[in-house]
Structures are given as structure tokens and as C-alpha cells.
Write a protein that binds this ligand. Sequence first.
Ligand SMILES: NC(=O)c1ccc[n+]([C@@H]2O[C@H](COP(=O)([O-])OP(=O)(O)OC[C@H]3O[C@@H](n4cnc5c(N)ncnc54)[C@H](OP(=O)(O)O)[C@@H]3O)[C@@H](O)[C@H]2O)c1
Length: 319
Amino acid sequence: MGAEHAVASPFTLSSTVRLRNGAQMPRLGFGVFQSTNAKASTAHALAMGYRIHARLQAYRLGALLYAIVRDSDFQRVRLTAGRISADHNEEEVCAAVKKFNEAMPNQGNGKVWLTTKVMGNEHGTEQTRKAVDESVAIAAKYGLKWDLFLLHDPTAGKQKRLEAWKVLIEKRDAGVLQSIGVSNFGVEHLKQIKEAGLETPEVNQIELHPFAQQKPIVEYCQQEGIVVEAYCPILRGQRFDDPTLQKLAKKHDVSVPQILIRWSLQKGFVPLPKSDTPGRIQANADLENFELDASDMQDLDALDEGAKGAISWNPVDRP
Ligand SMILES: NC(=O)c1ccc[n+]([C@@H]2O[C@H](COP(=O)([O-])OP(=O)(O)OC[C@H]3O[C@@H](n4cnc5c(N)ncnc54)[C@H](OP(=O)(O)O)[C@@H]3O)[C@@H](O)[C@H]2O)c1
């Protein structure tokens, strides 16, 4: 990321990162992918002031938000901002957000950062226009606009991918969309956008942690001013027994996931950790009282295993 995207350290839950267009996006997300207790976990995270990120097609977060709005005592909930990624539950999400905004009328604008995605099977000029128009119409029905609109993955192939990206630019230029970006895009996918004479994305969401640092993608994104979001930032609990992670956790008297999330923030990424465990949800955001020094960062940087270190589908090299 360029200087304007540098991480603010010290970090707080209200920290934001500035996108190229000036929008301020929350620095820490909260994931519920594969959550078995998403309602309680999300409510707990909201109460702590987390920004929310979720794969809605899998978890029906729209319905979940309704339940939280219904059950919460808003006098006690400290929700200054939210971050919601909607894949297929846009109607429910927008209705929930509208209701939420009405319940907290004095919090000012931007308390919920709304994101949605166009999946690879909807890429291509006509399909993407249709998908965007449908999503925009749903949000408009509730008086809302999407803050961030992403292409979910690069799997549709070059032609449809570029067509889909052109549609996001066209819709953004028409004032229909705000910020636009991609997910799981590798350097080749990003270069193809540039070679086609098109503007680069504001955001790229990829698997990213010390064991899979995706250095070429990160370097390219930094060069182009693309903010990098890190999914699987704590490796789904794997590799926690690594000696370097153990050593640093002991040195700073914190947990291994706190080391991993702090590394991600200090690298300038936007990590999206998931947990269903209240104590962990709290601990994963309790990052304000320690900082990794240069030698700690070097130790963590040395853990990179390239693509072999990835633990999810990581489709960044798809043609
Ligand atoms: N764009 C994409 O293609 C894509 C793909 C994958 C994920 N994502 C996004 O990224 C988010 C995070 O990724 P992820 O859920 O795959 O992996 P993750 O956040 O790295 O790991 C989540 C796992 O770590 C455990 N955990 C959390 N905090 C812990 C702690 N303090 N101590 C020990 N274990 C802890 C959780 O268990 P408990 O829940 O039991 O606490 C859960 O099993 C997802 O929710 C999703 O929003 C995007």
C-alpha cells in the first residue's frame, strides 16, 4: 500500500484504512465462515465494536442480523461501524441494516460498511450488469447503497473477468456503486486489468498469513494502491504450535492468534478473523497494548512457505 494506506499503529477498533477514492474502510473485520454459533458470535462482536464480515450465502447473516436487532439492548451496544459482506442475502441484510440504523439514529453516517460480491458464475457483461442492478435495487429499496462491491473470484476466465470488471467501473462512474474491488485475484489477473487500460481495484481480498504471504500479489497491490484484505489470518487454528509463534506469544505475553492478527495489521492488511468463542472474539481484537518490533516482524516474515503454506482454496493462479 502507498503511504496513504500505511497502518495506523497503535491500532484501535475504530481504526480505518483510506481507499484511493477517499472512503474510510474499517481496519479489522469479523468472519463467520463455518460458524456454528453465528448469531451469538456476531452479537458479541457487535457489542465489542467489531466491523462485521461474513459469507452470507452460507450463513444467512441477514436473518441473523434481524435477530440481533430484535434481541439487543441498543443502549448498551457499542456499534460504531459494521462491515457486512453479502453474497446472496442482500434483501435481508439491507432490511436489517435499515432497521439497525433506525434503532441508532444519532450515530451519524457510516456505522455499517456494506459490502457485496458478484460470484464468478455471474461474470460477463450482461450477467454482471444484471447482478449489479439487482443488488443495487435491493439496497435502494431500503434507502441504502453498497459501500464496497467485489468480484468474488477469478474463476470465470479472462474475457468474462474483464467484462465483469468493466461493468463495476461503468456502474461506479454512473454513481451507482461507491468503492469497487476483487477477491482471490493473482498478479496476472490484476495485470490483465491494467493491460486492458482499465483502472485497478480499490481492494483485493486474499488468503494471507505468515505461512502464505502472497508476496508478489501484495507487492503488486502496494505498487498500485490496492488495499489487501487477509482471509484465514489465523490459519483456522492450524500451526499454532510453530516455535516462532510460540516464542513471540511468550515474549509479549499474548496468544498466538493475537500475534498473527497484529502481524497482519502491522503489514498494512485488513485481517478478517473468525471465532465462535466469546473469549477469543474479545482476545482477537485486544491488540492495542502490544506491538511487534522489527526483529519480531522479521521472524514472522521468515515463515513464508509460498503457495504451499495456503490452507484454503486460494485460486489466485487460475487461468
Ligand atoms: N473470499 C474468500 O474466498 C474467503 C475464503 C475463506 C474465508 N474468507 C473470509 O475470511 C474469514 C476468516 O477465515 P476463516 O474463518 O477461514 O479462518 P480464520 O479466521 O483464520 O480461523 C478461524 C478458526 O480459528 C479458530 N480461532 C479463532 N480465534 C481463535 C483463538 N483466539 N484461539 C484459537 N483458535 C481460534 C476458530 O475457532 P472458534 O470459532 O471455535 O473459536 C476457527 O476455527 C471467513 O469468515 C470469511 O469471512 C473469505
